[in-house]
Design a protein around this ligand. Structure first.
Ligand code: HMG
Ligand code: MG
Length: 298
């Protein structure tokens, strides 16, 4: 039985813009978030408080978060890798903090410069600090199906990191197919393992669409009771520290699927298309979503 309602978590301003060669002006990022705030979304990942040398595109995280026009029923979240990042995020009055790490050792090392075991205490500190400031904490796990360096990742590796993050007090886990290699049978194997131990409410799915399998993976996840999905307007996105990673599933393509399946999101497709059109103009290129391609031909 499919869920009747799902929550979309828009990661375009963060996952999308971190991977673009074009650096948007701060005011344009603010306008993008303001446009997304008019679509009916209730969760927007605005930016990330990582080291500006690692992700120069998002070096203005404090300025962006401070300048957006906030709607009271929207959670404005950001990535936070460590205590230095948490300080900056709290200064900018983030609503929710997202810590992140990988299921595979080599991606964890290339992305955050630490081994998996070295990462746990760093994230633990962030979780404690964020909770002390009354913030919810989301925990991303990357490379849950495949790693650019290690290939297929066994569900046991994801389970191990999941256990640790939930023990730390993370409120929700977002499972990332960082390089978009997964197919529905692999998603089924992974979720079967996790859902034996934890309820579906603990998880969101974060699919990159590198090989065109994201929507199929989402349908598989829906059939297994998952009700939270990350997506990015225009199908933007990718991790600069994962070779071969490209865009997230496009919010507007996911919306088309869910709308037609009769699954409610509260998000208006037309308004997401307006935001996608805005970002196309600012990036100076056509975005990769099917819905934008259709809109262009009309
Ligand atoms: P490091 O160099 O190991 O950091 O980087 P460090 O702790 O050794 O500190 C070195 C210096 O950096 C210090 O300055 C710190 O203060 C400073 P110094 O004392 O030498 O003058 N520093 C910072 N400055 C500003 N903000 C900070 C910060 N931290 C340290 N937060 C670090 C470690 C984690 C910071 C670095 O590796 C990093 O920023 N990595 C982020 C990479 C990234 O953003 N990747 C993309 C996001 S993850 C993703 O896209 C996947 C996801 O979408 C899910 C999926 O698709 O799978 C979430
Ligand atoms: Mg991602």
């Amino acid at each position: 039985q499919l869920p009747k309602h799902v929550t979309l978590k828009e990661v375009g301003p963060r996952d999308g813009l971190q991977n673009e060669k074009t650096h948007l002006a701060t005011a344009d990022k603010v306008q993008l978030v303001n446009l997304l705030s008019q679509t009916g979304l209730n969760y927007i990942e605005v930016t990330s408080f990582v080291h500006p040398k690692w992700i120069p595109q998002l070096a203005d995280a404090v300025e962006v978060l401070q300048a957006i026009k906030r709607q009271k029923d929207i959670t404005y979240a950001a990535l936070v890798p460590n205590m230095r990042g948490l300080e900056r995020a709290l200064q900018a009055e983030v609503d929710e903090v997202s810590v992140f790490m990988s299921a595979s050792e080599s991606h964890n090392q290339s992305n955050i410069n630490k081994s998996i075991n070295e990462t746990f205490p760093i994230l633990q500190e962030v979780v404690v600090g964020a909770k002390a400031a009354n913030k919810n904490v989301r925990g991303y796990i990357s490379t849950v199906i495949g790693c650019p360096y290690e290939g297929y990742i066994q569900p046991e590796k994801v389970l191990r990191v999941t256990e640790k993050l939930l023990e730390m007090g993370v409120d929700e886990i977002s499972l990332g197919d960082t390089i978009g290699v997964g197919v529905p049978t692999q998603v089924e194997n992974l979720l079967e393992e996790l859902l034996k131990r934890y309820p579906a409410e603990n998880f969101a799915m974060h699919f990159h669409d590198t090989r065109g399998t994201a929507l199929a993976n989402i349908v598989q996840s829906l059939e297994m009771g998952i009700t939270k999905f990350d997506s990015a307007l225009g199908g933007l996105g990718g991790c600069p520290y994962a070779k071969g990673a490209s865009g997230n599933v496009a919010t507007e393509d996911l919306l088309y699927l869910l709308d037609e399946m009769g699954i409610k999101t509260g998000v208006e497709l037309n308004k997401v298309l307006e935001a996608a059109l805005f970002i196309e103009q600012k990036l100076g290129k056509a975005v990769a979503s099917k819905q934008m391609a259709i809109a262009r031909n009309e």
